[in-house]
Design a protein around this ligand. Structure first.
Ligand code: FAD
Length: 367
């Protein structure tokens, strides 16, 4: 694009979760209008808000929005997310502390230190507000499953299939100057050969969240109906606190489920172990959770450490030679930083890409 002010740099963003949308938003807002951004999303809708739902609240007569996954944040740990929400003019509401189920102990200690005593929040009215603001004016190709991203001598080839037509699987392709992969590591592994080995070392699991009204799953504690006990009712009436029950099943392989009681009375069970009555089930969604191990932390540090991207020396197989931005391909996402896999990682990794593209971040940065 250098020297020709009319030709814009073509950028593909794969994935429309928080990381994909924030990156696309930042590049699309470039004051110098240097980027022509196209977002590819496998789903029929943008992914950030795609599993959230609206439900009637019989107590208030209003309609409540339930965000899935929960999308809670706090002061201390989420400085960049908070700064972006302030910039976008998004209203937030207080909420319960998050049920941090699958995180290693050292991550939890770090999180607790940074959020010590801080209130937790969610976006008032749901993250659809954020999605609407970030996606305004973006070119979005929905129902498009990206199947490969291949660096070429000139640019990078992106190949995709339409998910609308199950019978035909014609592949379309286009060349982009730069490609941003805003997808979990198991998807990067499948579509981007240069990182196949490294991404296979980052563990991911599928997590289910079920929205339902089967109160028998909460059960009784020492004979007491805990959901409807006086102390529970007092707690719920006297504050805007919400209740999350955590239950660990210690047989064979220990498993923990969380049951979040919504203001509407509906229950959201994540990682269900209890059997939920299907006739009382409103929605069941599956998400990918990226886990952290000492090895995956090392891989991520190596991939995102651009300071040591000098001449390549011989490296062990587990030491990636590919670094973020090599061959015009970048990674963003909740997992693309050395921190817990939460929304703050999405914002930080997106800001790093925007910065590398010479685009100023319009909100206060805490990098
Ligand atoms: C149960 C649960 C609760 C959570 N609670 C919180 C919380 O309270 N607070 C918090 O900060 N974080 C929370 N998290 C973590 C947080 O939700 C994630 O870190 C964040 O959503 C990751 O966003 P992302 O943009 O990196 O990726 P994703 O949201 O995974 O977005 C990537 C999207 O890319 C699309 N895609 C995938 N493959 C392709 C392809 N081949 N072609 C095109 N598109 C593709 C998919 O639609 C996918 O949704 C929670 C996660 C889970 C699972």
């Amino acid at each position: 694009m250098e020297g020709d002010t009319n030709v814009k740099c073509r950028v593909a963003v794969v994935g429309s979760g928080m990381a994909g949308l924030v990156t696309a938003y930042l590049l699309n807002q470039d004051p110098e209008h240097r980027y022509n951004v196209e977002v590819f999303e496998i789903g029929e809708q943008l992914s950030l808000d795609s599993s959230s739902l609206s439900v009637p609240n019989p107590e208030t007569g209003n309609t409540d929005r339930i965000d899935l996954p929960m999308r809670a944040f706090s002061g201390g740990f989420y400085n960049n997310l908070k700064a972006m929400y302030d910039f976008l003019g998004v209203n937030v509401a207080t909420c319960p502390h998050e049920a941090l189920l699958e995180f290693p102990a050292h991550d939890l200690i770090d999180y607790k230190k940074k959020t010590n005593g801080d209130q937790h929040y969610t976006v008032y009215g749901g993250v659809n507000q954020v999605q609407r603001k970030l996606s305004q004016g973006l070119q979005i190709r929905k129902s498009a499953r990206v199947v490969s991203v291949e660096p070429q001598a000139q640019g990078t080839r992106v190949c995709w299939e339409s998910t609308l037509d199950n019978l035909r699987s014609d592949t379309s392709e286009a060349i982009f100057d730069r490609v941003i992969l805003a997808v979990p590591p198991n998807v990067v592994q499948a579509i981007f050969k240069p990182l196949r080995y490294e991404m296979s070392q980052i563990p991911t699991i599928s997590v289910q969240s079920v929205v339902h009204s089967d109160e028998t799953t909460i059960g009784r504690l020492s004979g007491t109906d805990i959901l409807h006990s006086l102390s529970t009712k007092t707690l719920r009436k006297g504050s805007d606190a919400q209740i999350i029950y955590l239950r660990t099943f210690a047989e064979d392989e220990p498993q923990t489920e969380s049951i979040h009681v919504q203001p509407s009375g509906l229950l959201v069970t994540t990682c269900p172990v209890s059997v939920i009555d299907p006739t009382k089930t409103t929605q069941c969604s599956t998400f990918t959770r990226v886990l952290r191990t000492p090895q995956s932390r090392q891989i991520i540090t190596d991939v995102f450490n651009r300071t040591s991207s000098g001449p390549q020396v011989h490296q062990e197989k587990s030491k990636p030679q590919w670094r973020n931005g090599d061959e015009g391909v970048w990674l963003v996402g909740g997992w693309c930083w050395d921190g817990m896999v939460l929304l703050e990682g999405c914002i930080i990794s997106s800001m790093i890409v925007a910065d590398a593209f010479g685009v100023e971040i319009p909100w206060k940065c805490y990098l």
